[in-house]
Design a protein around this ligand. Structure first.
Ligand code: ADP
Ligand code: MG
Length: 237
């Protein structure tokens, strides 16, 4: 689904962190929000999922204005570094959890959980608990849990930050495969330019609360709008 931030503004007390941001995430694309620490990437993502109330502007999911809709009422899937799995539940129960608020039969829940487990390649782990899984496997479970209710948008905040280098490479391509297979609209927050370039259809590069340039990875690499962009992509003029 197409997501639009229209004049999005966010202040914390007297400090305005984002002012009048306009950002369109196209239906079915994976867009990176890329920029240095503190530039406002997570704040932007929190506004999309509703964890933060906006100070100004509107947020649209398709034609629907969700600006005043609470996070649990928005149909979003989130995988954040800090959103841990439920430690006492099995993998199966973790994935099923978002479905339990819906009136579905046990058979239907089981069918959807199994479909997600197949999608993220964890069919054999359904009976385990999170502590019995590797970091990469835990992220696969988190992805399945985020996707099981068929969200309008998948929001990923530094999802690979806690993984070692080898797993990070593997999960880069896995997350992209899963996004392409499901066709879900997705936003990836990262400070890692290689991650953004290798995983996403387009990159929005941010500095100090503003979007400096939005383009495909190759357009941005070949035609960086500013020295900041060029420097950040590792292609200084
Ligand atoms: P990023 O995710 O790009 O590292 P953030 O969106 O987390 O950046 O933060 C952007 C700015 O907003 C930073 O200056 C940060 O200190 C500030 N900020 C974020 N959350 C809060 C908060 N809850 N209260 C006050 N300031 C905040
Ligand atoms: Mg952040």
């Amino acid at each position: 689904m197409r997501i639009l931030l229209d004049g999005f503004t966010k202040s914390f007390g007297a400090v305005t962190v984002i002012e009048n941001m306009k950002l369109e995430i196209k239906d079915g694309e994976m867009l990176a929000l890329l920029g240095p620490s503190g530039c406002g990437k997570s704040t932007t993502l929190f506004a999309i999922c509703g964890i933060h109330k906006v100070t100004g502007g509107r947020i649209l999911f398709g034609d629907k204005d969700v600006t005043r809709i609470a996070p649990q009422e928005r149909n979003v899937g989130v995988v954040f570094q800090s959103y841990a799995l439920y430690p006492h539940k099995t993998v199966e129960e973790n994935i099923a959890f978002p479905l339990q608020v819906r009136r579905l039969s046990a058979d239907e829940i089981s069918r959807q959980v199994n479909e997600m487990a197949r999608l993220v390649h964890i069919e054999k782990l359904l009976g385990r608990r999170p502590a019995e899984l590797s970091g990469g496997q835990q992220q696969r479970v988190a992805l399945a849990r985020a996707l099981v209710r068929r969200p309008d948008v998948l929001l990923l905040d530094e999802p690979l930050a806690n993984l070692d280098a080898k797993l990070r490479l593997e999960m880069r391509s896995e997350i992209r495969r899963i996004q392409l297979e499901t066709g879900i609209t997705a936003v990836l927050v990262t400070h890692d330019q290689v991650e953004a370039m290798s995983m996403c259809d387009r990159i929005a590069i941010m500095d100090a609360g503003r979007i400096i340039q939005i383009a495909t990875p190759s357009e941005m690499y070949e035609n960086p709008r500013t020295e900041f962009v060029a420097g950040f992509l590792g292609n200084p003029p």
